[in-house]
Design a binder for this molecule. Structure first.
Ligand SMILES: Nc1ncnc2c1ncn2[C@@H]1O[C@H](COP(=O)(O)OP(=O)(O)OP(=O)(O)O)[C@@H](O)[C@H]1O
Ligand SMILES: [Mg+2]
Length: 275
């Protein structure tokens, strides 16, 4: 199957900026991928995400080289609204995304461009609320939601459009551990059902065991790429500002050699080593 998103040798420089924010990026996103993008602050993670749904070049001014194909269509030739049906972007801060006063209206808002009948629209809202387990929020005021609930509503609004890729920029940075774990689980479930998930994140503890690929960006370039187990156990990975999960540090300091990524895996490895 062809990749759902293809980035061909893309460089991008924001208007007024001296140096490019992205340089010579080549990346393919496949159906079923759970891709983690990591790297230091300012390395270009958010900029890379903005390429995936056409915010670059349609919304952010600057100079773009190379091309991005979404479902075979060059993003320069599609509108942001057309691309939103294929690639949903969840912002870092849901307050910047939520525009209406009630949860069901919020989900309906994104659907308005899709020219659905009233009945279809209601079905989509029911479907997405049930899917994310947030029926109880249906009639709630958006300004009464907790941070975690807001993030779920933002994901619901994007998911209601039935995109084949959902892109999230540090989706748990404002959340408590419980809400973060819930978001991670929801994303894992959506991924299992065939939606590609792309997450920019510098805290890897939560996501690395869900991802099938990680890329590391440094100064606008992809400097490392691999599956989480191999990549997070690389010797030089901290050079790029990557902080491997605590489990990885523990496994290394105890000399466990089968690359566990979760506490459960670490315990199994340690028991095996003791015997
Ligand atoms: N709207 C903008 N206009 C001009 N320059 C920008 C803009 N957004 C980002 N940049 C610059 O582009 C480079 C990459 O920034 P970007 O926001 O993509 O990094 P990031 O990896 O997402 O960082 P963080 O982890 O802090 O979110 C930085 O040098 C930044 O200053
Ligand atoms: Mg960012």
């Amino acid at each position: 199957m062809p990749p759902v998103i293809e980035i061909d040798n893309v460089s991008f420089k924001y208007e007024g900026s001296e140096r490019p924010a992205l340089l010579g990026i080549n990346l393919q996103i496949n159906r079923g991928d759970f891709l983690l993008i990591t790297g230091l602050s300012g390395s270009g993670k958010s900029t890379l995400l903005r390429l995936l749904n056409g915010l670059i070049p349609h919304f952010y001014r600057g100079e773009m080289k190379g091309r991005v194909l979404v479902d075979g269509i060059d993003t320069r030739e599609a509108s942001v609204a057309q691309l939103a049906r294929k690639v949903g972007l969840v912002f870092q801060n849901p307050d910047n995304q939520i525009v209406t006063l009630r949860v069901d209206r919020e989900i309906a808002f994104g659907l308005e461009n899709l020219e659905l009948s009233r009945e279809e629209m209601r079905e989509r809202i029911d479907w997405v609320l049930e899917k994310l387990g947030i029926e109880y929020l249906r009639k709630k005021s958006t300004y009464e939601l907790s941070g975690g609930e807001k993030q779920l509503v933002a994901i619901a609004s994007v998911l209601a459009m039935k995109p084949f890729v959902i892109v999230l920029d540090e989706p748990t940075s404002e959340l408590d551990p419980f809400s973060s774990a819930r978001i991670v689980k929801v994303l894992g479930n959506l991924n299992r059902e065939g939606i590609a998930i792309v997450v920019a994140e510098h805290r890897l503890d939560l996501f690395s065991h869900r991802a099938n690929r990680i890329i590391v960006i440094s100064n606008g370039q992809i400097v490392r790429e691999g599956n989480p187990r191999d990549l997070l156990y690389m010797k030089d990975i901290s050079v790029y500002g990557v902080r491997p999960p605590t489990v990885v540090k523990l496994a290394k300091s105890y000399g466990v050699d089968d690359k566990p990524l979760t506490v459960g895996e670490l315990l199994i490895s340690m028991r095996r080593n003791i015997r």
